[in-house]
Design a binder for this molecule. Sequence first.
Ligand code: SAM
Ligand code: SF4
Length: 444
Amino acid sequence: MEKNKNIFIETYGCQMNVSDSEIVVSILKEAGYNQTNDITQAGIIFINTCSIRENAEERVRKRLNYFRSLKKKNPGVVVGLLGCMADRTKVALLEEEQLLDLIAGPDSYRDLPHLLNQIGNGQRAINTLLSLEETYADITPVRLDSNHVSAFISIMRGCENYCSYCVVPYTRGKERSRDAASIVRETRDLFEKGYREVTLLGQNVNSYAWKNGSNPINFAQLLELVAMVNPLMRVRFSTSHPKDISDELLYTIARHPNICKAIHLPVQSGSNHILDLMNRKYTRENYIDRIEAIRKIIPSCAISTDIITGFCDETHEDHQDTLSLMQWSRYDYAFMFKYSERPSTLASEKLADNIPEDVKEARLREIIDLQQKLSYQSNQMDVGKHFDVLIEGVSKRSKEHLFGRTSQNKVVVFPKKNRKPGEYLQVMVTSFTSATLIGVVDES
Ligand code: SAM
Ligand code: SF4
C-alpha cells in the first residue's frame, strides 16, 4: 500500500522550537513528504516538545493521549516526538507511551527521513544524539503559520550557561554559532520574498561567535551585517543575557534605525542571594548598570524581562528585592513564572524546592499585579506619540482595522483604509487596552 506522506506538526514552547519545526518540514519536503494543517489527513503526526517547566510537559502528555485515540481509529498513522522532551525522557517515554513510533532530539532532524524509513512491523526509530556542530545552516526553513511579513532566523543552538534551574543545556547541548554568511543570505532571501522583519534567535545571542577565516564576528557585528541587508528590513533578536550585553551592541542598535528598539533582558530575580543560587553570574548592581546603559545609549528602547518566583530558599526580603527592581526598571512587559524543579539541573541536585506552593502562587500574583501597573504606565506614556509601524495583518476584532508593531514591539491597531501588510506607516496613539495600543494613521 502507498504510504501516506502527509506530515502534521504541532509545536510547543519557545520561538526556537517554532524555528526548529520549520527546519523539520524543510528536511522532509526535500525527502518527498508534504506538510498538512489538517491532522485527519496526516500519515505522520509530529509533536515538537518543550521541557522548560513541568506544566509544559503535562500539556504534551495530554496531546499524546489524543493522538493515541487517533491511532486507534487509524493504526497506520506514525506518531513521533521531537525536541527537548525527546531527549530527557526518551527511554521511559518509549516504554510508557506505547504509541510512539519515533523519537528525535533537536540535533537529529537531518536523520528524520532515514528514521521514518526504519519504522514498520512494530519497529520504532530513535535518535537523540546531541551534536557539537549541527546548526542546520544550509537548510532553508519552510515558514509555517507565516504572516509573510516576519520570520525567525536561528543564529545559534544550545547553551552552556548552566543556570541552576534550567534544563536547556541538557536538552539542547553545547552552544554553537551558525555561519554568519548563511544568516545574511537567509535574511536577503526573505527580503526578496517580501518579508520585512526578522528575529535572530539564540538562548544567549550576546555570546554569538563565528570565525570568517581569521576574522572573528561577534553578535554586534552580525546584527549590523543583517541590518545592512536593506533599511526596510526590521531586525529583532532574542534573548540577551544580562552578563554579556555590551556597550558595543547598544551603540550598534542606536546607529541603525531598522534595528528595533526593544531589548528582552531576563532578570529572573532582584536579589543577589537568589541570583547567586541561580548561577546567573551577575548581581543586581551589574543588572542596574546595564539598564542605565540602555536608557542612556538608546533612550527610546523598550525593556522586557523574565522573572522566576519562589526559587529555592527565596525569602520575603528576596521577593521584595524583585519587586523593587521591577519598579526601578519600569519594564514594558514581562513573562513571569513559578519555579518548577527540573530533573538533572544543578538546583534539583543541590537545592531544596522548599517554597510552599501557596507562597509561590501569592508571590507570583504580586509580581503579575505590579507588572500590570507598569505595563499600563508604559502604554499611557505612548498616548499622543507618533510611531513607525510595520503592518502585520488584519485585526482579529474588526475587518476594518489592521494591526502592526512599533519598533518597541508593541501591537497597535488602526483603521485599514487602503493599506496592506508589509507596508510601513506612521501612527499616532490615541488610547490603549491592556495588551494593545489604538491609533490613527498620520496622514501628514
Ligand atoms: N536563555 C534565556 C535566558 O537566559 O534568559 C531564556 C530561556 S528559557 C526558554 C525562558 C525562561 O523560562 C527563562 O528566562 C526563565 O525565566 C524561565 N525558566 C527556565 N527554567 C525554568 C524553571 N525551571 N522554572 C520556571 N521557569 C523557568
Ligand atoms: Fe537556560 Fe540560563 Fe541557558 Fe537561558 S542562559 S537557556 S536560562 S541555562
